[in-house]
Write a protein that binds this ligand. Structure first.
Ligand code: PMP
Length: 405
């Protein structure tokens, strides 16, 4: 097929997406992502990065990165099981295990791959995977591609999960092992900012002998007194499969799974996205070790972030905007209509603020939103500036009346 024929075949879908105001496009940043960045020569104040603790540009993290790059080179050169596993990777895995109170931790190149690889290594044909209906795409894809029966429960509804588990009779097992039941949830929901109800989920899983996997991508580093995340205070027996990412609050890149020795060995043997990919650069692992240390040594970052969250929520509610039930750095403003959400996002950008519009299929139809994310690198005046611009837009366009489906 020629490139022209390929274009002809692909164009209608692209056009349909554009017509529906759902077309996705990228911006090219020309400097640090946060709190201030440069896009097309303009300085913009950003409220859309996941660098929740402002560590991506911390001079100590950068210095460690540079030192390790000088020693190990720019890349790892191979997968972990070939020759890509350096002392920096190994040290980081040990520190992540100690920090999360697990036997061991295993590094993956991205969170998406950690989720795909873990779910597929743990369940397959004859098993059942249960997922919160608002779980991240990587968890849903992992479940869908695993070959296990796939069941979605209502968002954060442990009662509904319980009913689904009750209906899954162990006698119907068709596999060599007893039918496995894996329950999977986001810890902090990436587009809503709310938290999974850990205690009810743990109890439900224990009652039904189901395995619980928590993706704490957005809680890790931010939540818990010490930054251990939503899983803080829950043991390996309560959350046996804990996933965290390093590209958000930790400010670097990559992800990990923490749990028992048997879990980690199973992933090393069977998780294809672990086995067949290049390890993250050792310099990233080294920088992450410094970052992880700062997370533990500087609780004031989390305290400052929490103060900003409270400031934003109070201000936005006074404007009559619809927020979600979120205690975290993710503070979406519900607008509802796709085109209207884009329009708010453009107006914010014209005023020098970068806030992304999130539309279906990332979120359910009719619930398009501005995904505001806050960071410890923001100052109180910058939150005031965001609120002032939102107030102006609300005055011009009216406060959106959101009717959720
Ligand atoms: N899980 C959740 C809940 C996420 O929000 C994300 C990233 N947006 C991921 C997993 C994937 O992590 P990564 O970006 O490291 O691939």
């Amino acid at each position: 097929m020629t490139a022209d024929l390929l274009t002809e075949a692909l164009s209608p879908e692209l056009e349909a997406r554009r017509a529906a105001h759902l077309y996705r496009s990228r911006r090219t940043l020309n400097g640090p992502q946060q709190p201030q960045t440069q896009v097309d020569g303009r300085d913009l104040l950003t409220f859309c990065s996941n660098d929740y603790l402002g560590l991506a540009n911390d001079p100590r993290v950068i210095e460690r990165f540079q030192q390790a790059a000088s020693r190990y080179g720019a890349g790892s050169g191979a997968s972990h099981l070939v020759s890509g596993h350096s002392a920096e990777h190994h040290g980081l895995e040990e520190e992540l295990a100690a920090f999360t109170g697990r036997d061991r931790a295993l590094l993956f190149s991205t969170g998406f791959m950690a989720n795909l690889g873990t779910i597929q290594a743990l369940v397959g044909k004859g098993d059942v995977v249960f997922q919160d209906r608002l779980n991240h795409a990587s968890l849903l894809d992992g479940g869908l591609h695993s070959g296990a029966r796939f069941k979605r429960y209502q968002h954060n509804d442990a009662g509904h999960l319980n009913r689904l588990l009750e209906k899954t009779s162990p006698a119907a097992s068709v596999n060599h092992h007893n039918r496995r039941k894996l329950v999977v949830t986001d810890g902090v929901f990436s587009m809503d900012g709310d938290c999974a109800p850990m205690q009810p989920l743990i109890e439900t899983c224990q009652q039904h002998n189901a395995w619980l996997m928590v993706d704490d991508a957005h809680g890790f580093g931010c939540l818990g007194d010490n930054g251990q995340g939503l899983g803080a205070g829950f043991s390996q027996n309560e959350i046996p499969i804990l996933m965290g990412t390093l590209g958000k609050a930790i400010g670097t890149s990559g992800a990990f799974i923490a749990g028992s020795d048997a879990l980690i060995e199973t992933l090393i043997q069977f998780a294809r996205p672990y086995i067949y990919t290049t390890a993250i650069p050792p310099a990233i692992a080294a920088a992450t070790r410094t970052s992880l240390n700062i997370v533990q040594q500087e609780p004031e970052r989390r305290q400052h972030l929490n103060t900003l969250i409270a400031q934003f929520r109070t201000g936005a509610q006074q404007l009559g905007l619809t927020l979600m039930d979120s205690p975290t750095a993710i503070q979406p403003i519900l607008i509802g209509d796709d085109a209207e959400t884009l329009s708010w996002s453009h107006k914010l950008e014209n005023a020098g603020l970068l806030v992304t519009a999130i539309r279906p299929p990332t979120v359910p139809k009719g619930s398009a939103r501005l995904r505001v994310t806050l960071s410890a690198s923001h100052r109180a005046e910058q939150i005031d500036r965001l609120l002032a611009v939102l107030a102006d837009i609300a005055q011009q366009r009216g406060v959106p009346e959101v009717v959720l489906p």
